[in-house]
Each structure stands twice: as structure tokens, then as C-alpha cells.
Design a protein around this ligand. Structure first.
Ligand code: CIZ
Ligand code: SF4
Length: 303
């Protein structure tokens, strides 16, 4: 039996669902039941009757799945697949910042640990950050927005609202430079340029649209354009090509890869199901408080 068949067989035996983030290796995306962004995947998995969730992504994403499905066993196939951006802020560090701004409301990007989420009033994703600020925080005098200074800067500029920032960023997205985009535009003059909001401001300026990963997938499907320059982790191009076989995708910079996302391999997915490891455990008091910041977000997004 090949590795894919072994994974499928074990998945059935254990009543598991396999989730793959948009940045995962192509072969991992191909064996997943669902591909998407961290919140979308966690929400969908929580609606299933599966006993086990295998999260092919980084640690904070598997934690988010656990927060939304505390009854299920959540596995991450490599315990060292972390997110350097999420690791740039600790609960302790955030508590210090909150002490300096005791009246401020605190919003965290989903790219944070459960411990950090537990210190926040609200959570957001890149797909909904702008909407969240408009709906929940517009009239607040002081807002702390952590940890991504570029996502916060993007929303700040769009809505003309100041935030108290944290010096966090994604090491993969800062590799993409305006010069890379310029170069690709010269080779592909009719292509539309889509970049992630985690990119620095000069890169966003050089693009036609700044979007989340799900925003990119939706935009491309609806667009009449045939060619796209993609400024985010290159793993997403596999999904974009699958969903839009008639369109052409060019990475803005082909070395924009996230080494942590690439730690998940088919071998590790199989091992994870065989050994039921590594299980995500979150202390109950942290889980409850982190869950509140996610619940609040969901409430604000209801129309
Ligand atoms: O929340 C996610 O999945 C991330 C980190 C990015 C995105 O834009 O989907
Ligand atoms: Fe974290 Fe950046 Fe990797 Fe996403 S691409 S998991 S933000 S380091």
C-alpha cells in the first residue's frame, strides 16, 4: 500500500479529518479533506463529527482548532512547526503593554498563541481585520493591535485610525520586496498583482490588491484577468492553479516560502495518525479565555 492509501485507511479507522493550510506542500494539500485559512479550517472542522483533527499547518493554527473543538483530539504532525510571528509576542509581554495602556481595547491577529489570545478582548484574521476594527473598535480611543505591525499598519491607513503596535512581522512576507514585483511586472505586464496584508507598506503600494489567502482565492475566481503575480507564501499557488486551471500564476518572489509550513510532510501525517501525536493541550482557563476573544469576533461578523 502506498503512503496516501495508508493515510486514508488510518483516517477512516480513527474517524479523523485532515486539514491543510493554504501554504502547505502540494502533496499535503492533495490528501487533505479541507484546504483553507486557519480560522476557516478550524470552524469547518468543529462542525464535523470527526473525533480527531490532523492540522497540517503551524502550532497556533492547531491551537485555534482545539479552542473551537475542545472535545476533539487535535494533532500537529510536527511539534516544531511554529510561527515566528506568533512567537514574537508572549502573554507576559502583552500584559506589560496593557499595563501601560490600561484603558485600551486589545485585538490580536489569529497568528498568536492561545496564551496571548487569552489576554485579548478580540481576535481577528487578515480576512476580517478591517471589518472588525470598523464594527468593534472605531469609537475606542485606544486600541492595541498585535503582533503584526504590517497588518495593523495596513488597516490603520485604510481606516485612518491609530493603533498601539507591537514590533512583530512575518519573516517570510518581508522577503518580498518592491523590486521583485517590479521585475515580474516587466515580464508579465498585463498580470494583476495580489499581495498579502502581512507584506510591508511599500510592497502593498506596488500591488493592485492586498488580500488574505482566502481573499486571494475568491478574487482570482471572480476575476476576468488571466494572469496574476502572487505576493505571499508560494504554497498557495498550488491551490490557485487547481481551482483555476485556465489562469496563470507567477510568484512575486519564488523564495517566499515558510520553512515551518514546509515541515509537514506525508510521512509525518501518517506517523501522526499512527501514534496519535502530537496532541495539542491547552490548560482549561487559557482555553476558555482565548475562546472568548474568538467568540467575540464571530459575534461582530454576524450581519
Ligand atoms: O490565518 C491564516 O490562515 C493566515 C495566517 C493567513 C491568511 O491570510 O489566510
Ligand atoms: Fe507565520 Fe509567516 Fe509562516 Fe504564516 S508564513 S506561519 S505568518 S512565519
Amino acid at each position: 500500500m502506498g503512503i496516501v492509501e495508508k493515510i486514508q485507511k488510518l483516517k477512516k479507522e480513527k474517524n479523523a479529518v485532515i486539514l491543510a493550510h493554504n501554504y502547505q506542500l502540494p502533496e499535503v494539500q492533495d490528501i487533505a479533506d479541507l484546504t483553507g485559512d486557519s480560522l476557516g479550517l478550524s470552524v469547518e472542522a468543529s462542525k464535523t463529527k470527526a473525533d480527531v483533527i490532523v492540522f497540517c499547518g503551524v502550532h497556533f493554527m492547531a491551537e485555534t482548532a482545539k479552542i473551537l473543538s475542545p472535545q476533539k483530539t487535535v494533532l500537529i504532525p510536527d511539534k516544531n512547526a511554529g510561527c515566528p510571528m506568533a512567537d514574537m509576542i508572549t502573554a507576559e509581554g502583552l500584559r506589560e503593554l496593557k499595563k501601560k495602556h490600561p484603558k485600551a481595547k486589545v485585538m490580536c491577529y489569529v497568528n498568536t498563541s492561545a496564551e496571548v489570545k487569552a489576554e485579548c478582548d478580540l481576535c481577528c484574521t487578515s480576512a476580517n481585520a478591517e471589518k472588525m476594527v470598523e464594527r468593534a473598535l472605531k469609537n475606542e480611543e485606544e486600541v492595541i493591535f498585535v503582533p503584526d505591525k504590517y497588518l495593523a499598519g495596513y488597516v490603520s491607513k485604510k481606516l485612518n485610525k491609530n493603533f498601539i503596535l507591537w514590533d512583530g512581522y512575518c519573516p517570510t512576507h518581508v522577503k518580498i520586496l518592491p523590486g521583485h514585483i517590479q521585475k515580474q511586472k516587466e515580464v508579465h505586464p498585463t498580470a494583476e498583482v495580489l499581495v498579502h496584508m502581512e507584506c510591508p507598506e511599500e510592497v502593498v503600494k506596488a500591488a493592485d490588491h492586498a488580500l488574505s489567502t482566502e481573499g486571494m482565492c475568491r478574487h482570482v475566481k471572480a476575476s476576468r484577468k488571466k494572469e496574476f503575480i502572487i505576493g505571499t507564501e508560494i504554497g498557495i499557488i498550488h491551490r490557485l492553479k487547481n481551482e483555476n486551471p485556465d489562469k496563470v500564476f507567477v510568484p512575486a518572489y519564488d523564495e517566499a516560502t515558510c520553512p515551518n509550513m514546509k515541515k509537514i510532510t506525508l510521512d509525518k501525517v501518517l506517523w501522526s495518525l499512527e501514534e496519535m501525536r502530537y496532541q495539542i493541550e491547552i490548560p482549561d482557563n487559557i482555553l476558555q479565555r482565548a475562546s472568548k476573544s474568538i467568540q467575540k469576533m464571530t459575534e461582530y461578523l454576524m450581519d
